[in-house]
Write a protein that binds this ligand. Structure first.
Ligand SMILES: Cc1ncc(COP(=O)(O)O)c(C=O)c1O
Ligand SMILES: N[C@@H](CCCC[NH3+])C(=O)O
Length: 463
């Protein structure tokens, strides 16, 4: 992932260490619209606002660290995906990226469906009023209790991930007197160009049933024989944070190939295919994400073409974007606690959060950028590493970035593009209190997930 390049001489460094950084941006006060949520602006007095509210005011009211989510941006992204795919396709927001009851209500209002992958996500979705038939239930090891709950609730589909699960779901549904609509998740054998831990369609990983060796065809054979389930389609998800459409195109072609095999063997044309999520977003100015309409067009064309070639009716397509909807809509706001310049290396800027609110840098060597948001500064750029307050040298939020060299304790700094897989993967490491998520829209801010308290921590401790 590293794209090291020699930056144009920040201060206190003649020889710079290896890293992700490129040259410092021409203007450290500028906020690149690619990585910041839609309504984020530099204000006239030098601060930054979101949804029309100064972040300094937000920090005063809600404290730091905190995630601020631009609701207008979230809704606009939902609408863009919904409109790009149109009425003949379905968009399922992947709740694992970030889920709360407010988010479920926005999704419902914007006409999106929801992909959940645990009993907890299912409960959140149902409790916020998402109709069960608009929910897809995923996971490679769903418990019997979770499956029972999903079937009883009447979820629109369960995505089956193994031979055991085909039988398990069929038996549970049958015992409840139901016929559950299911898809089978297949691994298409594509090497997605992303971090190893978030690629999911090559052979040697835990998800899905391989197309290779006729395993997926065998899974279909078994599913079609069972009474408690109705096989409605085939599912593929090749990985996450992907920019290149080639992997999706190969996946679409192979999934349609399986539909043709199923038609030839069983005389059945399955009506749906799901091509998963995984579309990348801009974490830094170097990333160039695809727009939903480009993705819809590319996928629609390839599926139509392959179906025509195989004389199949074109199935209804669904997709499951998570990161691409919520990722860019939020930033994490931190207060700087200490600043430690290491001569000849870089400046370590310690903030009041860290790997407990953003594990992605430690886990995937993810790249982020950072900006000073409580004031404007014309100081020269300094190469910084933004680190947290945890007892771990890998507790890094932003590995290599530039901040004005006068960054000081008490300053507010913000890391953009933290809407996805940050709060949802947050932990209580070192008994950190997980930060709140505050939705901001049209001059109003409201907490949608509150900050944890020490009472929350003690409540779980029964010793
Ligand atoms: C089955 C499935 N669908 C959708 C997603 C959402 O992925 P992303 O947030 O990258 O769009 C994931 C996560 O990678 C997934 O496992
Ligand atoms: N959590 C990962 C992606 C995995 C997506 C879920 N299958 C990330 O932060 O990039």
């Amino acid at each position: 992932m590293s794209r090291s390049a020699h930056p144009a001489g920040p201060r206190h460094a003649d020889v710079l260490p290896e890293g992700h950084y490129t040259a410092p941006p021409a203007d450290l006060n500028a906020l690149d619209a690619k990585v910041w949520a839609r309504t984020v602006r530099r204000t006239e007095d030098g601060g930054v606002s979101v949804g029309g509210i100064e972040v300094a005011r937000l920090a005063e009211e809600f404290g730091t660290p905190a995630y601020f989510l631009d609701e207008a941006d979230f809704r606009a992204r939902c609408a863009a995906w919904r409109d790009a795919f149109g009425p003949d396709a379905d968009v399922f927001y992947a709740g694992k990226a970030f889920l709360s009851r407010a988010v479920v209500r926005w999704l419902h209002e914007e006409g999106l469906n929801l992909d959940v992958c645990s009993g907890g996500e299912l409960t959140t979705a149902l409790s916020a009023g998402m109709p069960a038939d608009r929910i897809a239930f995923h996971g490679n090891n769903k418990s019997e209790a979770e499956i029972t709950r999903a079937v009883e609730a009447g979820v629109g589909r369960i995505v089956l991930d193994s031979f055991q699960e085909i039988v398990r779901v069929a038996h549970i549904a049958e015992s409840l007197g139901r016929v559950q609509r299911v898809q089978i998740r297949v691994t298409v054998g594509v090497e997605a160009h992303t971090h190893e831990f978030i690629a999911t369609a090559h052979e040697d990983q835990k998800f899905g049933i391989a197309l290779a060796g006729g395993q997926a065809a065998e899974a279909v054979r078994r599913a079609l024989k069972l009474d408690g389930i109705e096989l409605i389609g085939i599912h593929s998800h090749i990985g996450s944070q992907i920019f290149d459409m080639a992997g999706f195109e190969v996946a679409a072609r192979r999934v349609v190939g399986l539909l043709a095999e199923i038609r030839d063997e069983h005389g059945v044309e399955l009506p749906e295919i799901d091509l998963g999520g995984g579309l990348g977003i801009a974490y830094t100015s170097d990333d160039d994400p695809r727009e939903p309409h480009e993705i819809a067009k590319a996928l629609g064309e390839i599926v139509t073409r392959e179906c025509e070639a195989a004389a199949l009716r074109t199935p209804r397509i669904s997709v499951e974007p998570g990161r691409a909807i919520v990722g860019p809509t939020a930033f994490t706001l931190y207060t700087v606690g200490t600043v430690k310049p290491l001569e000849g290396l870089r400046t370590y800027v310690s903030v009041d959060g860290g790997m407990s609110d953003n594990i992605r840098t430690a886990l995937y060597d993810a790249e982020y950028t950072v900006a000073l948001v409580s004031r404007r500064s014309d100081a020269e750029p300094a190469l910084v590493r933004v680190v947290g307050k945890h007892c771990e040298s890998g507790d890094i939020v932003v590995k290599d970035a530039f901040l004005p060299a006068d960054v000081a304790p008490g300053d507010l700094i913000a890391v953009p593009a933290t809407g996805a897989y940050c709060r949802s993967m947050a932990s209580n490491y070192n008994h950190a209190l997980r930060p709140p998520v505050v939705a901001v829209r049209d001059g109003e801010a409201r907490v949608i997930v509150r900050r944890e308290t020490e009472e929350d921590l003690l409540r779980l401790d029964v010793g």
